[in-house]
Design a protein around this ligand. Sequence first.
Ligand code: ADP
Length: 501
Amino acid sequence: MTANPNTATAERLQKELAAHPRQLLIGGQWKAAQSGKTFATFNPATGQPLGQVAWADAHDVDLAVRAARRAFEDPAWSRISSMDRTKLLLRLADLIERDAQELAVLECLDNGKPAHLARLVEIEGSIKTFRYFAGWPTKFGGETLPVSPRGGLQILNYTTREPLGVCALIVPWNYPMSMAAWKIAPAVAAGCTVVLKPAEQTPLTALRLAALALEAGFPPGVINVVTGMGETGAALVEHPGVDKVAFTGSTEVGKKIVRAASGNLKKVSLELGGKSPQVVFADADIDAAVASIAAGIFFNQGQTCTAGSRLYAHRSCIDRIVEGVAAAGRKLRIGNGLDPQSEFGPLISQEQWDRVNGFVQSGQADGARLVTGGTRPEGFDDGYFFKPTVFTDAGQTMKITREEIFGPVLTALPWSDPEELVAHANDSEFGLSAGIWTQNIRNAHRMAAALKAGTVWINCFNLVDPASPFGGYKQSGWGREHGRQAMELYSEVKSVWVNVS
Ligand code: ADP
């Protein structure tokens, strides 16, 4: 048997983490929090602490924002050529690629997800994100516009794009590295400087990413990182020196951010919760649908904002689909993510375990039928493991149908009337994404148009690419990440009028 390379990497990283508390990155310097306070970050597969991390308060946040402002105004960054910004982003992508295995193991230790999947989705995804946005600085500009003012003036009107300023980037624990990359890449491509606040559960890969950015040659203060709890994020959002907040996380915290950002009317973009419907027509390729619906809810232990958590399957095929997804769930190899055989890791925390468990209790109390899962898997006494879970015979008003569980729990409902299907699928406060399964082109496009969601996948699910806009309708968010839209999120438009009469 060949040795598992993840084990040696994990041992080395753990030893190093235990010996050296992680620090804040402010103005290119690694610093302890001014208060000297730290907090522990845990391995969700064991429940054991991995190491200590600096706990930034409002004072540290202030230092980071000031450092970001200085860097924003410093000609080393404000006058950098667009091609040089491209080079820095490409260099950072190369460094992530160099350290991909180590980053994947670090993500696995801190978040619990299988290391090979962290590598495939998060690390490779982050490399792609930096390479994609590396292309924008040399292509993102304004336009000349054919204005026709009164008085016969001859006018040249053109627009320019200017970086928005100092951006607070606040990210969650479910895809820690990807979420940091999705925000840092367009922000710095647009010429902004940033203060990143990783989630308290998963600060490690973001800190590592920032270290790679320094190595790549980003000037000091362009990328700063403050670690801490929600209060650290709140101090950033309230800070008058911040021009924009980009947030990914819960809808509840998103609303707090909107309120807190109103002091100096910061620009705000939000990627929030979801309760995405998977809509299956009777003519769908059932085997393909089953495999993708299972992956759509169980991948990352269901801790994905776009998780396809509501299944609306035609009455004629719902039993087959529910059985198929349940069987796929039972087959998943649950285990410590360092094991290359593991396909399904633990939830992030005890708090999250209790929350998911609470939803399972409520589904049962409301009369939905538990087909599989609903408990801790046998033999996993440590850590926060929870079995892939499927409910069927659910009702439209049940909590498990309406609320975001953020765990591996699918709620299935049958449909027979297409009008009612659309009404039910759209009957949600969220509107992040939706899946459609049919071989009929008319059904596919009619549904794609009818569903209120920022992303619609037809005969596929959870495909994401930095070229394609990503974000939500309704309470799933404000704005779109990825693509040109992300560059727009981090820039201002200036309209210039020149009298050339
Ligand atoms: P989740 O529910 O996925 O844990 P949260 O929305 O609670 O997500 O947290 C996402 C990020 O927002 C984390 O980095 C967290 O520390 C931060 N956060 C939590 N509360 C606040 C707040 N009031 N203001 C700013 N950031 C916050």
